[in-house]
Design a protein around this ligand. Structure first.
Ligand SMILES: [Zn+2]
Length: 407
């Protein structure tokens, strides 16, 4: 197969062709010369850069049927999964995670940054499985891995050492989870020290609670500035922002912007897990996406959990997450849906520092073609991902068949 020419698609709001050469976008423009290309008719279909999944847990996906669901007064999802993790083998993680990757690709994902849990329960078995997948999917899906401390670092004697081992083995990002340790600031300090020692970016699960006293994103932002790590720190969750008084929230958001923090919202998990003990006005826990964006913070959406106690209906389809966010975060007006898909494309690409990403000449030809004419229609109709292109090659194709027999 030769170089592709996507013909007649809607590219950045206009009808244009996209010519691919040697895995990169060679030219974008109307009516390009088709000579020497394999033509692909995408007339009136929305062409976007490939979806970027920036926060997901393939290692603990597809385990909802191994344990009970969340019940009033019952164990937390962390406890349920910690118990299951002890029995995870490399093969088991590989098989389940592979299913996540395959689904993600079919749903338009061309780059993924995944958390891999490292602790006394699972040790480095998840790392081994995910590194195998990283190699097996080379050229089909770019997979970045985060060495992630889901169980905290002060609760056993091995996690800190194992995290360092994983970084030495080549994992590209270090992931903390301050709320799993009693001393959140000591946890955060260790992660900054270690990230600086290894020269890797940081990704924290931060501020998952509805108690303003648990807030850590302000301290993380201060440390980010003090240690010269602007633009290299990402925070997932940030639910606590929604529980702050407006003036306090505005101050925190300004600090996040000044620190160049990237914020990743995980709306499906928040809506399944949060507010379980509220008697009235159930807290939904989704961070303030609109306010963060309006203040100039780089915000993204991600899947987080796939079929486990954190989100039994979780699915690595970022177009679905966009619909969840429109509903959860009051972002459903047409002018808001017009930019919402940036939260699953260009914004997460920035958060994970992807080079040469986007719809411009010279960028890598990582593309998704949606059966829709604009982003609002794509979100509303949950449009089919007609073609997924990675490095200039079609790696997935989908079709939806539906017939109205009487009208
Ligand atoms: Zn997560």
């Amino acid at each position: 197969m030769g170089d592709l020419l996507l013909r007649g698609g809607i590219v950045q709001g206009r009808t244009q062709d996209v010519a691919v050469r040697d895995g990169r976008i060679h030219r974008i423009g109307p009516n390009l010369d088709p000579t020497g290309y394999d033509g692909l008719d995408v007339t009136d279909k929305l062409v976007l850069p490939g979806f970027v999944e920036s926060h997901i847990h393939p290692d603990k996906a597809f385990i909802a049927d191994r344990t009970q669901g969340l019940r009033a007064g019952g164990p937390t999802p962390q406890l349920l999964v910690a118990e299951l993790k002890k029995a995870f083998t490399v093969e088991d993680v590989y098989r389940r995670a592979r299913r996540v990757l395959e689904l993600a690709i079919r749903h338009g994902c061309t780059t993924m940054r995944a958390h891999v849990e490292i602790d006394s329960f699972v040790e480095l078995r998840g790392v081994e499985a995910l590194r195998r997948l990283q190699a097996d999917f080379a050229g089909i899906l770019d997979l970045q891995l985060i060495a992630f401390a889901q169980e905290g670092i002060f609760n056993d004697g091995v996690t800190k050492r194992l995290l360092r081992e994983a970084l030495k083995a080549g994992l590209s990002t270090l992931g903390g989870c301050p709320y799993m340790d009693r001393d959140q600031r000591a946890h955060i300090d260790w992660f900054f020290d270690t990230a600086q020692e290894f020269g890797v970016p940081l990704d924290f699960h931060a501020d998952s609670a509805d108690d303003p006293a648990m807030l850590t994103s302000d301290y993380i932002a201060e440390q980010t500035i003090a240690r010269g790590m602007r633009g290299r720190v990402t925070l997932g969750h940030l639910c606590t922002l929604d529980a702050l008084q407006p003036d306090h929230r505005a101050r925190v958001i300004d600090l996040l912007r000044d620190a160049g923090i990237h914020v990743i919202s995980l709306p499906a998990t928040e809506m399944h897990v949060k507010g379980r003990t509220d008697a009235v006005r159930v807290w939904r826990g989704v961070t303030r996406l609109g306010e963060l964006r309006a203040a100039g913070v780089n915000v993204a959406l991600s899947t987080n959990n796939v079929v486990n106690p954190f989100t039994p209906y979780g699915h690595p389809d970022l177009l679905r997450q966009a619909l969840v966010a429109t509903m959860a975060a009051h972002l459903g007006n047409l002018d808001q849906m017009a930019w919402l898909l940036e939260l699953v494309t260009t914004n997460p690409a920035r958060a994970i520092a992807l080079a040469d990403y986007g719809l411009a000449e010279g960028c890598r030809a990582d593309l998704v073609v949606l059966d829709a004419r604009n982003p609002a229609e794509a979100i509303t109709e949950q449009a089919e991902k007609l073609f997924v292109v990675k490095g200039g090659r079609i790696v997935a194709r989908n079709a939806r068949s539906s017939e109205l027999l009487r009208a």
